[in-house]
Design a protein around this ligand. Sequence first.
Ligand code: SF4
Length: 225
Amino acid sequence: MYTKIKIKLELSKIIKRIVEEMKVEKNVNNESAFETLVTTIISQNTNDKNTMKAVELLKKEIGLNIESILSAKKEKIIECLKPAGLYNVKAPRIIELAKKIKYELGDERKLDIMDDEEIKEFLSKVKGIGPKTIDIFLAFKRKRNIIPVDTHVSRVSKRLEIADKKDKYFEIRRKLEEIVPEEERLKTHFALIMFGRKICKAKKPRCMICPVKDDCPSSKQFLSS
Ligand code: SF4
């Protein structure tokens, strides 16, 4: 028992150091609920730069709101999504989401008053919306103290052995949340993403300059290769 608590304390300190090093600013999200969901769909399997290119094109050429998406031609939406890839998959998902909100809820603002369970049930029925997108929605729009797990958060957690290699989404999230205080969770989500992009990269992690290399169980493997 004592050892388990000690390990958690150590891991908690490592995460804290990463958060301090990444100097994450407080995130202010002024997007509408629909915009947040669409941006998350566009971001699947692509990087931030390409996501933002596609989002900006969509805003400029069509408008990022339910009515404009529903009155636009699918081909035009596809054209805007090209910088982010998988446009033939993402465009129908965005249209389906817009239809679902319009015809089942009537008003996008209902997303602001539904409780978390209702939101999860509603969104999980839209193709292409999985636990990460729902968590991002709840964390950003509802200010829930959760750590959405993207590819960077997952990789860093596994390399630091906070999570096991075989762990799936909810196990990784639970293990992270066990060692991160509630009020620090959103900041930690951003810090781990930034850390994964800049230092603990997927292909060639920069272990030499990593602030937690002395405590990382994976550093030897990468430093010797
Ligand atoms: S030491 Fe290397 S593998 Fe470990 S967290 Fe740092 S960059 Fe990632």
